[in-house]
Design a binder for this molecule. Structure first.
Ligand SMILES: [Zn+2]
Length: 140
């Protein structure tokens, strides 16, 4: 278990399946049955067709880096320490997800927009696991 002191998710009925999947080290997204498409963030109806006919499905955990920023002045006690990378990842299945990019030097010269990334899971507490992303092939 990581020595985690940061904020923890507070699952709602709409987000509980996401956090439950993360605890199993799976990345799962809401899927609209009528549209046949994934979306993110979780909500009670599809953002395209407003259907409540939703399902949760595991996704590949792979994507590309859409954008990022390096944070040099974080909040006191934030577990990643500074500097760290906040990123938006475009998943293979389409949706974009805000996350942390780990396993790379937190320096803009080391990070490329469009680089392939994959999910990795931080077991923050026995009840909470946080999906982060790392460059494909990195060790952490
Ligand atoms: Zn839909």
């Amino acid at each position: 278990m990581a020595d985690y002191t940061g904020p923890l998710p507070v699952p709602s009925p709409e987000t509980k399946p996401f956090w439950d999947a993360a605890r199993r080290h799976e990345l799962a997204l809401p899927f609209c049955r009528p549209c046949g498409a994934f979306f993110y963030y979780p909500r009670g109806a599809c953002p395209r067709c407003l259907s409540p006919d939703l399902d949760w499905r595991a996704v590949s955990g792979r994507g590309t880096l859409h954008t990022f920023t390096v944070v040099h002045r974080g909040q006191k006690g934030f577990p990643l320490g500074v500097p760290y990378v906040i990123a938006v990842v475009e998943l293979e299945e389409g949706p974009r997800m805000m996350t942390n990019l780990v396993g790379i030097t937190p320096d803009p010269s080391a990070i490329r927009i469009g680089m392939p990334v994959e999910v990795t899971f931080l077991d923050a507490t026995p009840g909470a696991t946080l999906p982060h992303f790392r460059p494909v092939g990195s060790a952490s």
